[in-house]
Design a protein around this ligand. Structure first.
Ligand code: MN
Length: 304
């Protein structure tokens, strides 16, 4: 595209450490861009090989005001939450936890077992009318698959290529995984009112003529009707999008809220044990940072 209005923004992910000493790439929030549609957080973990006891170990911690959306590419992680759910997520599956008014969970790789891990974990900000809904958790064992242009396309969220993801979300958005075993090329039809971001999960790709490799995100503003994807070899691309989120949100630690008082209140609730217990995680519970630092920190120090 030669139209400057349609030129993408290039965002760099930064490294962050989550529980268990696992280093991930955090693509959202980003200094340049806090949200893409309602997607307000994007961690890319791995691909990594770990020894027994390693992998992901994020002990019990709370969430409010968001959905956590986990896309598992390689490996297995056990999700446990304060509603009593215990769910192993395996490759090709999505775990979707709706925090709403509040939930606590823990995520652990299999104890005592070496393995591999490759996953994306995203958060979806809940809009004002939905953000206090009761908490819920669901595992989606199978997402719609479309084969086109050399890509296996998984419709993780929203709809594309005539397929609709069963994942229950509360604002107009899309999440697509494009996996190519070799050279591939595809024109992806977009919802023109959505903004989008593309992230390379593995390998190298060209997106709308722009080179993309892991660690970098290409952001595309609204107004596009298609996106050309091309790979020369094996590669995997995550594409997310949605209607620009019109509400000012405050993302602090594991909370998505609107005001500092809500963050302070959620922190007090967590410290007082009012989120409910998470049983069975081998990892210790996380301590909330002091929300007094809220004015000073431009980005959440948090974990997923
Ligand atoms: Mn979490």
């Amino acid at each position: 595209m030669s139209d400057a209005r349609l030129a993408p923004e290039r965002l760099e992910a930064r490294s962050a450490e989550i529980g268990g000493g696992l280093t991930i790439r955090r693509a959202l929030p980003n200094r340049q861009r806090r949200t893409v549609g309602a997607w307000c957080f994007l961690d890319h973990a791995g691909p990594v090989e770990f020894a027994a006891g390693g992998g992901m170990h994020v002990g019990p911690h709370p969430h409010i005001g968001l959905q956590t959306f986990t896309w598992m590419i390689e490996g297995e992680v056990v999700h446990r939450d304060s509603l009593g759910n215990e769910q192993v997520i395996t490759p090709g599956q999505v775990n979707l936890m709706t925090a709403g008014e509040g939930i606590a969970h823990a995520e652990d790789s299999m104890p005592g077992r070496a393995g591999r891990l490759h996953a994306a974990q995203l958060w979806i900000a809940l809009p004002e009318g939905e953000r206090r809904r009761p908490p819920a958790f669901r595992n989606y064992p199978q997402l719609p698959l479309v084969r086109s242009g050399g890509f296996d396309v998984r419709v993780l969220a929203g709809s594309a290529f005539g397929q609709v993801s069963p994942a229950e979300v509360y604002s107009p958005l899309v999440g697509l995984d494009f996996a190519a075993a070799g050279a591939a090329a595809l024109s992806v039809p977009l919802t023109a009112t959505f903004e989008h971001a593309a992230l390379a999960l593995s390998g190298a790709a060209s997106v709308a003529g722009e080179a993309l490799a892991p660690g970098t995100v290409l952001y595309f503003g609204p107004g596009r009707e298609e996106l050309a994807l091309r790979t020369e070899g094996a590669a995997r691309i995550l594409l997310i999008g949605g209607t620009p989120f019109g509400e000012e949100i405050l993302v602090w630690w594991n909370f998505v809220a609107r005001t500092r008082e809500e963050i302070a209140s959620a922190t007090r609730d967590w410290n007082a044990g009012r989120f409910g217990a998470v049983y069975g995680s081998p990892s210790p519970p996380l301590t909330a940072p002091d929300p007094a630092g809220l004015n000073l920190r431009p980005a959440p120090p948090g974990v997923t």
